[in-house]
Design a protein around this ligand. Structure first.
Ligand code: ATP
Ligand code: MG
Ligand code: FE
Length: 340
């Protein structure tokens, strides 16, 4: 089964061909980062205009690189939310047109479900049940993947997402956009015990997150430095901030695995690229006899292979979408159900 995946929820225009949900035959990602960099963040109107300019070229390239044609495709999978409404509509409209023109099913995909499915790509060992931490620019969730397409959300952020915290702190440290990679790099040259920033674990037995207190603590520290004319030790502050975020993410995802007695942990979303998160969880899982998996870096951040993979698991259940499918900017992962 060949699925053409299309992703345009934010500032990446992406297309990919995936065979049987796991084998990526092509994975083309056009990032608009340089276009948005002068603004310090994504400008929605600019993003959708650039998707329109690129989408047909990117889809053609994905087909060409896979050695297949549109007529070889069994279905087209596309992100319909969450994301920027104008950006989503470009991908969704394009996918509808392709689906109609060659008469193959349309599969509307939740972007966050896509991030989770990135763990299946180029990997034949990861299968449910597993616990996943979804940490991205807009989301921080701990999810139990009970079966293909069956999710239970154990916890989520009550304020900022982890990636958003990286981006905001990076801006105030003048490290630029996007913040995650910049902080990761600066932190590798710094001392994480420089300042003991607060770790917010919230109530006992709670899998929710909160990063706004940490963000305020870093900003207050920076203001105090400026007032007292203390030099700002960027690398040390970045390292101390990163350690505070990763300590909380790692300990909660480990607790989720132990509480549910599920022995595999997978990482999803852009923050899964973080080197400290990967190494910390690598050590913790091996000490506890748990298994850890994370996608390769390009599959952690936005891409269309993950959308095609999620599409495959819908396709085999014949969960097709109708042409009246609309883009939903604030589409939810799935509301929490009963705790295990
Ligand atoms: P969402 O998926 O929630 O809709 P998004 O698509 O914008 O949001 P992703 O593309 O999954 O998010 O991830 C981007 C985020 O990942 C950014 O906030 C970025 O700073 C962060 N990120 C990328 N690399 C790293 C890293 N090495 N360390 C920490 N964060 C990182
Ligand atoms: Mg992006
Ligand atoms: Fe994303």
């Amino acid at each position: 089964v060949y699925i053409l995946g299309i992703e345009s929820s934010c500032d990446e225009t992406a297309a990919s061909i995936v065979k049987n949900g796991r084998e990526s035959l092509s994975n083309i990602i056009y990032s608009q980062i340089e276009i948005h960099q002068p603004y310090g963040g994504v400008v929605p109107e600019v993003a959708s205009r650039n998707h329109i300019k690129k989408i047909d070229i990117i889809v053609d390239k994905a087909l060409e690189e896979s050695g297949l044609t549109l007529n070889d495709m069994d279905a087209v999978a596309v992100t319909y939310g969450p994301g920027l409404i104008g950006s989503l509509l470009v991908g969704l409209s394009f996918a509808k047109a392709l689906s109609y023109s060659v008469d193959i099913p349309l599969l509307g995909i939740n972007h966050i479900e896509g991030h989770i499915c990135a763990n299946y790509i180029n990997n034949y060992h990861v299968m449910p049940p597993f616990i996943t931490l979804v940490a991205s620019g807009g989301h921080t969730n701990i999810v139990v993947v009970k079966d293909y397409g069956v999710y239970e959300v154990l916890g989520q952020t009550r304020d900022d997402a982890a990636g958003e915290a990286f981006d905001k702190i990076s801006r105030s440290l003048d490290l630029g956009y996007p913040g995650g990679p910049a902080i990761d790099k600066a932190a590798s040259k710094g001392d994480s015990s420089f300042i003991n920033f607060p770790r917010s674990y919230l109530e006992e037995d709670c899998f929710d997150f909160s990063f706004s207190g940490l963000k305020s603590a870093v900003l207050n520290y920076l203001n105090t430095c400026k007032m007292k004319e203390i030099p700002i030790e960027t690398n040390n502050i970045a390292a101390s901030f990163q350690a505070a975020v990763i300590d909380v993410l790692a300990s909660k995802v480990i607790k989720a695995a132990l509480d549910t007695q599920i022995s595999t942990i997978c990482l999803s979303g852009g923050v899964a690229r973080n080197s400290l998160l990967r190494s910390t969880l690598g050590t913790m899982t091996s000490d506890l006899g748990l298994k850890l998996h994370f996608p390769e870096p390009d599959l952690c951040s936005d891409n269309a292979a993950m959308i095609a993979s999620a599409g495959y698991f819908k396709f085999i259940k014949e969960e097709y979408s109708h042409f009246d499918l609309n883009a939903i900017a604030n589409l939810k992962v799935k509301e929490p159900v009963d705790n295990i």
